[in-house]
Design a protein around this ligand. Structure first.
Ligand code: ZN
Length: 283
């Protein structure tokens, strides 16, 4: 099941068209995507039983570039991100492969829709294609074996990064440099976890203004999705709607020789197998 946040309304995206969840269920379900995240089992059962017909015949591929798409969760309580979580990315940045997940936050005010414009604050703004995990169940201390069971689903994300601010200070504190306006686009929709057999076996790509810089697989992660979720839950309470950016593969701008940073006018296309594509324009 795919659930988009279309003009602020939870919308099921089927191959045959779009189903407005609240309208088609006569109000049985909320129009809020945040509420849907906790009700996916019930929504799936209703979808199978009621078999509502899409009134809007927009196909998933037609919906991809729609400017009305908002973030798959509108108001998450927490956004986590993992740094240096791909082996080849550690290599290109000249960093050692971490022994424990390196966690920072993207502050929630950086969240935006999948196709929103991203203002470029500096000459050292970088792109990072990332698989984003959406938590569905409140949890603490979940084991690696059970960790994927608390995941509602997945989507495509960009961890836009202002490298100068990110690395300023000693030791550096990543969070502010990762949290400028619209530095956390996610989408195009939530793909529920049951549709993703193995989140660590997905092709992940990013191109900037037509040049493909990132082309990898989530199998290159240092800490798997299950390990990251379990690790975080050993410290903090994970809550429905929380987002986890799981790190970026090699090919980021700073890893190029010479480095390639974003400039106003660039278009950044980020895609993940089975999850879709988001496109942001640098302004
Ligand atoms: Zn990142």
């Amino acid at each position: 099941m795919r659930i988009a946040n279309l003009a602020g309304r939870a919308t099921i995206v089927t191959d045959a068209g779009l189903i407005d969840l609240a309208a088609s269920s006569d109000g049985a379900f909320s129009s809020s995507v945040d509420k849907c995240v906790t009700q996916l089992g019930t929504i799936r059962a209703w979808l199978l039983n009621a078999a509502p017909r899409p009134i809007d015949l927009t196909t998933p591929s037609e919906l991809l570039g729609d400017a009305r798409l908002g973030p798959v969760v509108a108001n998450p309580q927490q956004i986590f991100a993992v740094g240096v979580n791909y082996r080849r990315h550690a290599e290109e940045m000249g960093l050692v492969v971490p022994k424990e997940p390196m966690v920072f936050t993207k502050f929630v005010s950086s969240l935006c829709g999948p196709n929103d414009d991203v203002p470029i604050p500096s000459a050292t703004t970088d792109f990072e294609a990332e698989l984003v995990v959406v938590i569905g169940t409140k949890t603490r201390d979940v084991s690696v074996e059970d960790a994927l069971g608390v995941v509602a689903g997945y989507c495509v994300g960009q961890d836009f990064s202002e490298r100068s601010l990110q690395m300023l200070g000693s030791p550096p504190q990543f969070s502010l440099g990762k949290s400028f306006r619209h530095f956390a686009p996610v989408g195009p929709w939530l793909t529920t976890a049951d549709e993703v057999e193995d989140p660590n076996d997905l092709v992940i790509r990013c191109s900037v203004s037509g040049t493909q810089y990132q082309d990898s697989s989530t199998s290159d992660m240092v800490f798997s999705v299950a390990e990251v979720v379990s690790y975080l839950s050993g410290v903090v309470e994970l809550r429905p709607g929380d987002l986890i950016f799981t790190g970026s593969p090699h090919g980021v701008g700073q890893g190029q020789r010479p480095p390639v940073f974003l400039q106003p006018g660039d278009s950044i296309v980020t895609s993940i197998e089975r999850l879709g594509r988001i496109e942001n324009h640098a302004v």
